[in-house]
Write a protein that binds this ligand. Structure first.
Ligand code: 5MM
Length: 343
C-alpha cells in the first residue's frame, strides 16, 4: 500500500505539472458566480467545471490532478459523459475535498476548526470505489491580536492527522492543507509574523501526523506561502517571499514528504506564478514544489466564460495560458516576458 500511495503522490508531482483546485463548496462557488452576476445553479456549476475539464490540451500538459467536490466527482457533462471519464482521457488523477468546512471555534479570536471526521471512513471507502486517488482537507488558521491560540493550532493539527490516517487506510493520498490565512481581516500582520505562525503550525501538524502513524511518503503538503497580510504595507519582492517560504519549509517539513503543492490564497495570478517560479530557482530543496491553485488558475477563465457555453473556447484558452505559466513556474522557468509573449 505504501508503494502505491507514494506512486500516486509522485504522479501528482510530475515535473511541470500541478493540481487544479476546483473544490469550491456550494457557498464559495456561489460567491464567485455572484461577482459576475450569475445565479448559483446546478447547471451553471456543471457548465463551469465542464469548461475547465474540457480544456484538453492544458489538462493533459500542465495538470496532474483535480480536486473535486462530491457533486462534481459524481457529475456528468451536458452530453452525459462523466467528468471522471473526461479527466481520465487527459490522464488527470481525480481527487476529492472531504472536509465539511471550517466552523467557528468558541473563544474571542474568531478562530475556526474544520469539521468532517464523523463517518469519514465510510465516505472514503465510497470515494475510493468511485476512483478518487487523493483527498484534501483544509484547516484555516487565523492571525489577529489573539489568534492563533495554542488550542486552535493543536485542534486543527489533530483533525488533519486523523483525516490523513483514514485516507491512507482507504488507499487514498491525503493532501494536508494547513492554511495560515493572509487575505482575511484584519490582514495587517507582517511577513515575519506569517513565518512564525506558519512554522509553528507546520511543527504541530507533523508532530500529530507522526503520532497518528501517517506514512509521510504517502501524502502531500498544501501550505500557504510566507507573505505579509493583505492589508499590510510591507511589499516584499518575489525573491524575498521565495527565500523566506523555502526557509520556513526547510525548517519544519521532513524530507520524506514527496511534494509540496501551494495554495494561492488571494494573491494575484501573476504573483502566485512569480513566487512559485522564484522558489523553484532556489537550488537543493528536498522536495519538488508545484501549484495547487484555485483562484490563481481560474480567475480569468471564470470571467471569460461568464456563464455562456459559447464562450467555452475563449475561456479554455485563458485557462490554458495560466496553467502553462504555472507549469513553467513549477520548473522555475517563468518570466514576465514569457507570460506577456504567450498571452
Ligand atoms: C477552491 O477553493 C477551495 C475550497 O474552498 P471552500 O471549501 O471554502 O469552498 C480551497 O480549499 C482551495 O482548494 C485552496 O484554499 C486553494 O485555493 P486558492 O484559491 O487559495 O488557491
Amino acid at each position: 500500500m505504501t508503494k502505491s500511495l507514494n506512486a500516486i503522490a509522485q504522479k501528482l508531482m510530475e515535473p511541470g505539472k500541478g493540481i487544479l483546485a476546483a473544490d469550491e463548496s456550494e457557498g464559495t462557488i456561489g460567491k464567485r458566480f455572484a461577482k459576475i452576476n450569475l445565479p448559483n445553479t446546478l447547471d451553471l456549476r456543471r457548465d463551469y467545471r465542464e469548461m475547465l475539464f474540457g480544456a484538453s490540451e492544458a489538462m493533459r500538459n500542465y495538470i496532474s490532478g483535480v480536486i473535486l467536490t462530491e457533486e462534481t466527482l459524481k457529475q456528468e457533462a451536458a452530453d452525459g459523459t462523466p467528468f471522471r471519464a473526461i479527466l481520465a482521457d487527459t490522464d488527470c488523477v481525480p481527487g476529492i475535498k472531504v472536509d465539511r468546512g471550517a466552523f467557528p471555534m468558541p473563544g474571542e479570536g474568531g478562530e475556526k476548526i474544520t469539521e468532517g471526521l464523523d463517518g469519514l471512513r465510510q465516505r472514503l471507502a465510497h470515494y475510493a470505489e468511485l476512483g478518487a486517488g487523493f483527498a484534501k482537507w483544509r484547516a484555516v488558521i487565523t492571525i489577529n491580536d489573539i489568534a492563533p491560540t495554542r488550542n486552535n493550532i493543536r485542534a486543527n493539527a489533530h483533525a488533519l492527522a486523523r483525516y490523513a490516517m483514514l485516507c491512507q487506510e482507504a488507499g487514498i493520498v491525503p493532501i494536508v492543507e494547513p492554511e495560515v490565512v493572509g487575505d482575511g481581516e484584519p490582514g495587517n500582520h507582517s511577513m515575519e509574523r506569517c513565518a512564525q505562525v506558519t512554522g509553528d503550525v507546520l511543527e504541530n501538524v507533523f508532530k500529530e501526523l507522526r503520532l497518528a502513524g501517517v506514512d509521510l511518503a504517502g501524502m502531500l503538503l498544501k501550505p500557504n506561502m510566507i507573505l505579509p497580510g493583505i492589508n499590510s504595507r510591507e511589499r516584499p519582492g518575489f525573491e524575498d517571499v521565495a527565500r523566506r517560504t523555502v526557509d520556513v519549509l526547510r525548517e519544519h517539513v521532513p524530507a520524506a514528504v514527496p511534494g509540496i503543492a501551494f495554495l494561492s490564497g488571494g494573491q494575484t495570478d501573476e504573483e502566485a506564478t512569480a513566487h512559485l517560479s522564484a522558489m523553484n530557482r532556489i537550488p537543493n530543496k528536498p522536495w519538488p514544489l508545484t501549484f495547487s491553485y484555485g483562484r490563481a488558475l481560474q480567475n480569468v477563465a471564470l470571467r471569460t466564460w461568464a456563464g455562456r457555453r459559447e464562450n467555452f473556447a475563449a475561456a479554455r484558452q485563458a485557462f490554458a495560458h495560466r496553467a502553462h505559466m504555472n507549469s513553467l513556474a513549477a520548473l522555475g522557468e517563468w518570466s514576465n516576458e514569457r507570460d506577456r509573449a504567450a498571452a
